[in-house]
Ligand binder design. Sequence first.
Ligand SMILES: Nc1ncnc2c1ncn2[C@@H]1O[C@H](COP(=O)(O)OP(=O)(O)OP(=O)(O)O)[C@@H](O)[C@H]1O
Length: 397
Amino acid sequence: MLSRCFRSISRIPGNLIPNTISHYTPKPQNNIPSHRTKSIFTSVPHTVPFLVRSVATILDPAARFDEMIIGPQRKYYFLGGKGGVGKTSCAASLAVKFADHGHPTIVISTDPAHSLSDSFSLDLAGGNLVSIDGLNSPLLALEINPDKAKEEFQSASQKNGGSAVKDFMNNMGLGMLADQLGDLKLGELLDTPPPGLDEAIAISKACTFFDPFLITFSVLCLPSFETGHTLRFLSLPDFLDASIGKIMKFKKKLASATSAIKSVLGKAEERKDVPDKLQLLRERMTKVRDLFRDSNTTEFVIVTIPSVMAVNESSRLHASLRKECVPVHKLIVNQILPPSVSDCKFCTTKRKEQMRAIEMIRNDPELANLRIIEAPLVDLEIRGIPALKFMGDIVWA
Ligand SMILES: Nc1ncnc2c1ncn2[C@@H]1O[C@H](COP(=O)(O)OP(=O)(O)OP(=O)(O)O)[C@@H](O)[C@H]1O
């Protein structure tokens, strides 16, 4: 229906949003090639070609792709926003654009929706990076499920501490001290991780994939954060500090008990897994937090759609990011309806509503100063390399 109401963006690029897509020469979309997968561990080159593209025809290159590829340092882009706004499509299209312009890139999604696999028409949830063929430089992709990451953590911590320690103490007739364990809420920490820990574990897992490769760009697509828990994982190092402190306090309590208990403690001391595991997690979280805050290497791009609810959520997201000192410069406003060429009432009303939401962005104290990238609603599914290249040329001009 939309294609009858609007001039088709994919077929008549340049007419509707001249600043962003006037340079685009469409390629046939029908034969989206299926991209082969292969193990990546041999495919990363040891030299990194550098290419700066000229975009002289673009009057106002909102995303300024040229700026994004300047500099010798590896760069990290995090894309986040409300569910369904187009985070995955924007992240995948940026990764494709980097790789196609000669920059080895990794794209990882921690979104449980499996959209990245759908974007590339590949299974990326197998736990290893998958090489995406057909681009000028290596592009490696992976999908990490935060729920699975949390389960891994819980089962490991339960095996090594928490209820296991408590059971052990009960068996030794030390139920009273086991109750103190309850006071310290150690069990709660291990059995019911705080909100955000799943994302934090998934993100820190993603970061471990970045380091060993000689890549210039990492693009990480983040799940939509639960309202109220936004970016809570950035404060996890402090939370874990407190938890590790509690465990140490617990051990001290045991140490001051009878010698019989001290012998138990000897055994408990051997069980270094709990604090070590938390310590390791804390170190990883600190690394992730520092990475998020490093304005020399990192940028968080907010993706939204022109609706009042999405704009409000983006405003809150930016406020949280600002509070946590995470650098944000761009806001992608995705899925904007082009002007209607018919008298379709639905489309005209919808577009008016969207324009009002865009006006809201311009007047929002959190969002007004961001560089706004307007991306149209296109009439093709953004799936497969040609479609992602097409999307990339619109969004990341
Ligand atoms: N500009 C656009 N024009 C047309 N379709 C779009 C556009 N952007 C995204 N889509 C489509 O919208 C759907 C959701 O996009 P995408 O999966 O990228 O969003 P997401 O924010 O990652 O969603 P989720 O939070 O559910 O993972 C997909 O079918 C995608 O192809």
